[in-house]
Design a protein. Sequence first.
Length: 122
Amino acid sequence: MKKVLLAIDGTRRSLTAAEYVSQKFDPKSTMVYAVALGEAALKETGRTGMPEGIENVLKGFCLEKKLFPSRTAGEKIVGFMYDNNIGTMVMAKPKRFGCGSDFDAAGQYAAKYSDSIVIMVP
């Protein structure tokens, strides 16, 4: 079974990444791990980590949701990918490289240090 990590932050950009996964991967042979930042970042942004309707977009996929603490999210995501043998990471392209939200920084860290294929959806 193929394993895909879907990095999400509760925005419309995240749903675009989820739609990409639903179009490009086979639901019967793909496990999707939807990963968001933990409670501290969610309190700061006022958003829920999981966008509403993600289950509908990924209908038919084996879906597991995870929250990671925002302070060490990049390291935790890389470790989680390694421990679970995840070969692909899909995320929405950050608004701007070099600065932005904690989520963008964690995603960039994971993209840089993981040994996985990283797909950035515009």
